[in-house]
Design a protein around this ligand. Structure first.
Ligand SMILES: C[S@@+](CC[C@H](N)C(=O)[O-])C[C@H]1O[C@@H](n2cnc3c(N)ncnc32)[C@H](O)[C@@H]1O
Length: 330
């Protein structure tokens, strides 16, 4: 177990008071941001279930819609536009059914009463979109192999400290974290075992993390994976099922972490942080806050990868540009 794995064990799932009940705080930038209609309207809800009218349920009433979207903004930083009633109704339907709630009011009240965090977790599973892929935004992984790892490994060799710490924030169902690990192992080759190298992968969705830690993917998801990686890093379980080898899975620690409201429970900064395609859903004050907090957890000279459709424009205090959607901590 690497140092990083041990640290990750400590506190990422620390019990909290029920955050659903936190008071409305106009001074809290997360809360204020929900009032903004100009920022990213949530792209989260672009792939909805069928409209609620087709599945025979009532739309969320206006008061409950406002309460629910405020609760979601406060807890997850996700802004849901006023015009998304039908989509949110569709997304909430499985949760109402699963817990047998007679109405949206009953569901909201139960979330507020629940101190275990289970219902809040279920809620985020329903509303978040975990779209991801192996080698997504492939140029990033080429640059990781050709520029970022050579640069960092050289620096570490010079100071005689063979340690590479990588954090994959918002890892969804795991493909991104595994891709990083495939690159790291390929780059370090036979030297890999001499390095304290590991990936910490976090997400807010417990459901996505369950899939990630199993590491089992179907043939369609395997398409972007090069043949040598397929052969070296996966076991084929059936014609349509591939499992990441245990020796690779255990090099990645998957943990639940809310980028918006959880304190980052790390002991040491990271050399590389991937935080891709998540802050696109956050309003600007939240993005600003997140970029500053990520910077604090990067070593000077460490690399931040963001999604290609995201921008640090105006938020790049303490970072310098390295390549498209890659920044270096100054
Ligand atoms: C579109 S996926 C991106 C996955 C991956 N980073 C990629 O680029 O392929 C966005 C992920 O962000 C997670 N997410 C959303 N809000 C979050 C939050 N407040 N804290 C942590 N993760 C969050 C979602 O659960 C989802 O898995």
């Amino acid at each position: 177990m690497t140092d990083m794995h041990r640290q990750a064990e400590n506190g990422l799932n620390a019990p909290r008071d029920n955050p659903a009940n936190e008071q409305y705080q106009p001074s809290n930038p997360y809360y204020r941001s929900k009032l903004s209609t100009t920022d990213h309207d949530t792209i989260y809800l672009t792939n909805p279930l069928p409209p609620s009218s087709e599945i025979g349920i009532d739309q969320i009433p206006p008061l409950e819609f406002r309460e629910l979207t405020a609760l979601i903004a406060r807890n997850f930083g996700i802004h849901i536009g006023q015009n998304k009633v039908t989509l949110l109704t569709g997304r909430m339907y499985p949760m109402l059914k699963k817990y047998n709630f007679a109405s949206h009011r009953a569901c909201i009240d139960a979330i507020k009463r629940d101190n275990t965090g289970e219902l809040l977790s279920e809620l985020v599973n329903r509303i978040s979109t975990n779209h991801t892929a192996f080698y997504r935004e492939e140029a990033h992984f080429r640059l990781l192999m050709e520029k970022v790892l050579p640069d960092l490994v050289e620096q570490k060799r010079r100071i005689g400290f063979p340690d590479i710490r990588i954090w994959c924030a918002a890892c969804a169902t795991g493909e991104e974290a595994y891709t990083i690990m495939f690159c790291l192992r390929k780059f370090l080759g036979a030297e890999y075992d001499k390095w304290q190298a590991g990936v910490l992968a976090t997400d807010i969705s417990a459901e996505a993390l369950r899939t990630a830690s199993k590491g089992i993917y179907n043939a369609a998801r395997m398409e972007p994976v090069p043949m040598d990686v397929r052969l070296n890093c996966f076991n084929q379980l059936s014609p349509d099922s591939f499992e990441v080898k245990a020796s690779i899975r255990r090099e990645i620690t998957f943990r639940r972490l809310n980028l918006v409201s959880d304190a980052f429970p790390f002991r040491k900064p990271f050399d590389i942080i991937f935080c891709r395609n998540v802050m696109i859903y956050f309003p600007r004050p939240l993005r600003e806050n997140l970029m500053a907090r990520l910077r604090d957890w990067l070593i000077p000279g460490g690399y931040l990868f963001i999604g290609h459709s995201e921008s640090l424009s105006g938020l790049n205090d303490g970072y310098s540009y390295a390549a498209p959607a890659i920044y270096i901590r100054s």
